[in-house]
Ligand binder design. Structure first.
Ligand SMILES: Cc1cc2nc3c(=O)[nH]c(=O)nc-3n(C[C@H](O)[C@H](O)[C@H](O)COP(=O)(O)OP(=O)(O)OC[C@H]3O[C@@H](n4cnc5c(N)ncnc54)[C@H](O)[C@@H]3O)c2cc1C
Length: 372
């Protein structure tokens, strides 16, 4: 993308070209604000993610805000019939939710292009490296290649993912614990429902997922730092022993990403995702649904709320953190209700009945996906 650096004053700068940032930028531009979106990587960029728009309400947001998938996104999308939960010693349980599952490099590029079509300026390969708030405005330092330069803006929306630079700059003391998300791609299939997102768990400690991508399958999950190799090997052995995965087939690729775990601090009120006119959305804010970890549409939802708060603040006197944090509090109310429902899982685990555990797990997952 061509970058014209001569304009150094903006109404709003959105940092991050994921779904949260793309939609926040689109909404701000539609409201007539001078909007710049910065993405540190070259687009299209991939993201370690299954790419499922998981819940019906999430699919509705995507359609309302962006419309139908264009052909080039649709071509890469598979439609899963829903979820299958496999708990050792229990019957396999299913949850039916038709789920579009695609690669993030196409999905996010499409969303950023919609933001650009709405009037937002998009700069890729442009990294935010510093932010200072001065009298309700922010001065940002941007790095493009080896070049550093400054921009000024009234509002900043930090949609820059779990490792958010914006969050680190406004809350330098906040250092949440790290987990590692992983994906392992095998060019083979195993004896599992082919049209489902297969979830495997024996308790709360570990859960991993397998779903088919055409003639291949993707094994995914989240592990403690330093245990990724052994976790992947344990999951692979489980599939060899129980689902006839051929032990000679080695992964054709794998990737992963470190993920600071912000959500618990958001849920218990220790962390507030806004300061003045700097707002955090999506993974940067830790707005992931309890139980399912649904993050893509929560990023979109918080992106909409951030844009609305910016517009409201631009038209009035209140700093954007006021209207935004009120919306976040409404989301947290719903999250608390989901967490309370999830207490059933703990009780079921204590009963040591695998069927009871599986039912509690699936019903909590269902509750989480039907949150809004
Ligand atoms: C293994 C795994 C599987 C998952 N599967 C699903 C799933 O199927 N469905 C689901 O709903 N959720 C899933 N999630 C969660 C989901 O990926 C995230 O919740 C979602 O991507 C959050 O979107 P976002 O817009 O907040 O941030 P992101 O999508 O992470 O985008 C942030 C962007 O900011 C950019 N950026 C970062 N720092 C800077 C900077 N300093 N300057 C400029 N740009 C910057 C990054 O390059 C990135 O493009 C999964 C997560 C993992 C780890």
């Amino acid at each position: 993308m061509t970058i014209d650096k001569s304009k150094t004053n903006w109404d709003v700068v959105v940092v991050g070209g994921g779904p949260g940032g793309a939609l926040a930028a689109k909404r701000c531009a539609e409201a007539g604000l001078d909007t710049l979106l910065l993405e540190k990587r070259r687009m299209p960029r991939d993201k370690v993610c299954t790419g499922m728009v998981m819940a019906q309400w999430g699919q509705d947001i995507v359609q309302q805000e962006f419309g139908e998938y264009p052909d080039w996104v649709e071509e890469e999308t598979i439609y899963l019939a829903g979820y299958a939960l496999h708990v050792p010693g229990a019957e396999t349980l299913s949850l039916d939710i038709r789920t579009p599952t695609t690669w993030r490099h196409t999905l996010d590029t499409w969303m950023c292009e919609s933001a650009r079509d709405a009037g937002a300026e998009i700069w890729d390969n442009a990294r935010l490296s510093d932010l200072k708030q001065e009298a309700g405005r922010s001065v940002l330092q941007i790095k493009i290649g080896a070049e550093l330069f400054e921009l000024e803006t009234q509002f900043v929306i930090g949609a820059d993912g779990a490792f958010s630079t914006v969050r680190n700059l406004i809350y330098p003391e906040f250092r949440p614990p790290i987990r590692v998300g992983y994906r392992v791609y095998f060019e083979t299939l195993v004896d599992l429902p082919s049209d489902r997102f297969n979830m495997f768990t024996a308790g709360l400690e570990e859960i991993f997922f397998v779903h088919n991508k055409g003639d291949a399958m993707l094994l995914e999950g989240v592990a403690q730092e330093g245990t990724v190799d052994e976790t992947i090997e344990r999951c692979r052995q489980y599939l060899i022993e129980n689902y006839a995965l051929d032990p000679d087939i080695k992964p054709s690729w794998r990737d992963g990403c470190a993920q600071p775990v912000v959500s618990p601090f958001l849920w218990n009120g220790q962390f507030r995702p806004a300061e003045g006119n700097v707002l955090l959305v999506g993974d940067a804010a830790g707005v992931n649904a309890p139980i399912s970890g649904e993050g893509l549409t929560m990023a979109l939802k918080s992106g909409v709320h951030a844009a609305e708060a910016v517009v409201e603040s631009h038209q009035g006197n209140e700093l954007a953190e006021g209207p935004y944090l009120r919306k976040i509090d409404e989301i947290l109310e719903v999250f608390r209700e989901i967490s309370a429902h999830g207490q059933r899982i703990v009780t079921a685990l204590e009963s040591e009945d695998p069927n009871e555990f599986a039912e509690a797990m699936l019903s909590s997952w269902d509750r989480s996906l039907n949150a809004f």
